[in-house]
Design a protein around this ligand. Structure first.
Ligand code: PLP
Length: 382
């Protein structure tokens, strides 16, 4: 029997059967009252998840389409944009902003660390930037950045704050309004536990004013069209209809669990997993707990061994974990714990790591990591 693999990569993530069933339904007309009513529920539900009173638009496209739409809709050629880097997705904002003719100020951050707050303020104060970009949860390194701080600076210096929370929304605190995020971007295939293909952008009033005045050099991704359509409970183009059915189901399930409970579940799992990794004798790539991602854990490969660990875990146990990206290729592996994950998944992956390391000659007492995980999970009730 061929069983389903356990997806513990940082997206796409495992999708519940209730959500999957929505994809087997017949599509309905997207300009019907029936569909508008489903969309309305989704628009409202997304506000709950983003913790915003402002509109959240839905784009049929992967997470990057939301990043692209945000930059394209507020940035004109020649505008200065500060992009906080520190990972592959921080770099993606640089590439997108350049593609739309922005003058980009690259704020470098060492991979695996977060930004220096004084230096960031200095860079902003010395610039004429119109906007600043941040990847809240840098999936390529496993670092969670202090978005609240960036939001305060953005407000103080009058910058638009564009934030990617693609791999944190629904699995960690994302306070769109409290943190002054003007364009808050997420995607479907991470902590919301949907298949890939939808992107969401929460749009503040300030951002909306800029969007209204701007003449973007794009068509499909022009957020003005999405905002105008949303007022009539529709989308500007034919959306991925079954994805919208599935989104409604996923929102219903998140509400059933409660967003706060869901976030706490992720925090407990990530904390306990970090302790288990140390117990096994492996080195965490992000040393500092206070900036460690709650949805993806990055771990250094031990000396003399690399991606063959991942391969073996996949072949022997059917568990998928991710490798490093760009300059971290072959140096780290990453365990995604986003969305529908619970103890059985994490116990399985820790056991698999222990068994594979032991088979490669590492001194491991089997079960030690699992024991530590369970103890910490019990102890760390928040
Ligand atoms: N930003 C972050 C933080 C991500 O983790 C990802 C995907 O892994 C993306 C952007 C890109 O999203 P997509 O591949 O859905 O376009």
């Amino acid at each position: 029997m061929k069983s389903r693999s356990l997806l513990l990569i940082p997206g796409p993530t495992m999708v519940d059967d209730e959500v999957l069933l929505e994809f087997s339904k017949h599509p309905i007309g997207h300009r019907t009252e029936e569909f508008s009513s489903i969309l309305r529920e989704c628009f409202e539900g997304l506000k709950y998840i983003f913790r915003t009173k402002n509109p959240v638009v839905i784009i049929s496209g992967s997470g990057t389409s939301g990043m692209d739409a945000s930059i394209a809709s507020v940035i004109s050629p020649g505008d200065e944009v500060i992009c906080i880097k520190g990972g592959k997705f921080g770099e993606r904002f640089v590439e997108i902003a350049r593609a739309y003719g922005a003058k980009v100020i690259e704020f470098e951050v060492e991979w695996g660390k977060s930004f220096d707050k004084d230096k960031l303020e200095e860079a902003i104060a010395n610039s004429n930037a119109k906007a600043i970009t941040l990847v809240h949860n840098e999936t390529s390194t496993g670092v969670r950045h202090d978005a609240e701080f960036v939001g305060k600076l953005a407000r103080k210096y009058g910058l638009l704050f564009i934030m990617d929370c693609i791999s944190s929304l629904g699995g960690d605190y994302v306070e769109t309004d409290k943190w002054n995020v003007d364009l808050c971007i997420s995607g479907s295939q991470k902590c919301l536990s949907l298949p890939p293909g939808l992107s969401f952008v929460a749009i503040s009033e300030r951002a909306r004013e800029v969007i209204e005045e701007n003449n973007p050099r794009c068509y499909y991704l022009n957020l003005k069209k999405y905002l105008n359509a949303m007022e009539k409970n529709t989308t500007p183009f034919t959306p991925s209809i079954n994805h919208i059915f599935a989104l409604r189901k996923s929102i219903e399930m998140i509400k059933r669990e409660g967003l706060e409970n869901r976030i706490k579940r992720h925090i407990r799992i990530s904390h306990a997993l970090r302790r288990a990794i140390e117990e096994i004798g492996l080195e965490l790539f992000v040393k500092d707990d206070s900036i460690a991602s709650r949805t993806v854990t990055s771990v250094k490969y031990p000396n003399g061994i690399g991606d063959e660990i991942r391969k073996e875990i996949k072949e022997r146990f059917g568990i998928l974990i991710a490798g490093g990206q760009s300059k971290l290729k072959g140096k780290i592996f990453r365990i995604g714990h986003m969305g529908n994950i619970d103890l059985k998944h994490i116990v399985s992956v820790i056991s698999a790591i222990e068994l594979v390391l032991k088979s490669k000659g590492f001194e491991i007492r089997l079960g030690k990591g699992v024991e530590r995980f369970l103890e910490e999970y019990e102890r760390y009730k928040i």
